[in-house]
Design a protein around this ligand. Structure first.
Ligand SMILES: Nc1ncnc2c1ncn2[C@@H]1O[C@H](COP(=O)(O)OP(=O)(O)OP(=O)(O)O)[C@@H](O)[C@H]1O
Length: 256
């Protein structure tokens, strides 16, 4: 199986704090990956480094065969990596459809006066498909700013998918959602992961253990453990890393 992402010696310091510390990790294509770890473990900083929001102090990141170390976010996104649900990319005044349309349009060459009408038709069809895919067809004409939290998250997913990514990074995609919204969004993520690669940062252990096929555990900037839900749930080092932070909740989830 080929690697969609390979990370070597990745390090990021903020003053005296090493937020990501010499991380070496590969993510193979075709499995749903999750990154978990206690607060402050370095998960979001890791995402920021691989998606170009932050420049690493040391190390190398390879995405889909390209060395992307130090590239800017738009260059990385052009190569096929999308990230969603932490960056608020939605225009609140526009409709759901218009938001996705703009994102889909951005993928095409710059607008010019001689652009064939068929290109707009193709974009319209693509937008319809995307809305269907994320389950927002019924709300297509709704002003985005009036969406519920869960529907807004789905819209952000639609916007990310408009870029036709090979790899989708999701940072706490169900944070703040109701149980129904969670179930719906988790279903979508699983479905999506069958056609594109997904790496998910998530605190909800029940969801992670339920859907992730591969779990990377980060602690204090490094990779502490890696394995299947079963392996991670019984790993003493993982239990220790969470001890004192969320002991009751984790104990419940790990033994579920
Ligand atoms: N821009 C920054 N400047 C200074 N310190 C930072 C910055 N970003 C993150 N940190 C610190 O780096 C460490 C790792 O933070 P990070 O947000 O990556 O952890 P995390 O695992 O995503 O945590 P959480 O689960 O709480 O989101 C923390 O100690 C955090 O305070």
């Amino acid at each position: 199986m080929s690697n969609i992402l390979s990370v070597r010696g990745l390090t990021k310091r903020f003053g005296g704090l090493t937020a990501v510390d010499d991380v070496e990790v590969d993510f193979d294509s075709g499995r749903l990956h999750a990154i978990i770890g206690p607060n402050g473990a370095g998960k979001t900083t890791f995402f920021n480094l691989i998606s170009g929001f932050l420049r690493p102090d040391e190390g190398r990141v390879e995405f889909d065969g390209h060395d992307i170390t130090g590239l800017k976010t738009h260059q990385i996104s052009k190569l096929g990596m999308a990230r969603t649900l932490q960056i608020k990319s939605v225009f609140n005044q526009l409709s759901v459809r218009e938001n996705v349309w703009i994102a889909a349009q951005a993928r095409l060459p710059w607008l010019h006066p001689f652009r064939p009408v068929s290109r707009f038709k193709a974009t319209d069809e693509k937008v319809d498909r995307l809305l269907e895919e994320v389950g927002l067809t019924r709300l297509a004409e709704r002003q985005a700013g009036t969406l519920s939290y869960g529907d807004m998250a789905l819209l952000e997913l639609g916007i990310a998918l408009a870029a036709e990514p090979r790899l989708l990074l999701l940072d706490e995609p169900i944070c703040g959602m109701s149980p129904q919204e969670t179930a719906h969004t988790v279903g979508k993520i699983v479905e999506l992961s069958k056609s594109i690669d997904v790496i998910l940062i998530e605190h909800d252990m029940e969801v992670v253990f339920d859907i992730a096929e591969d779990i990377v555990v980060m602690a204090q900037g490094g990779v502490l453990a890696r394995g299947t839900a079963k392996e991670i749930a019984t790993d003493e080092r993982v239990k220790e890393a969470y001890l004192g932070i969320d002991e009751d909740e984790l104990a419940g989830d790990l033994h579920a």
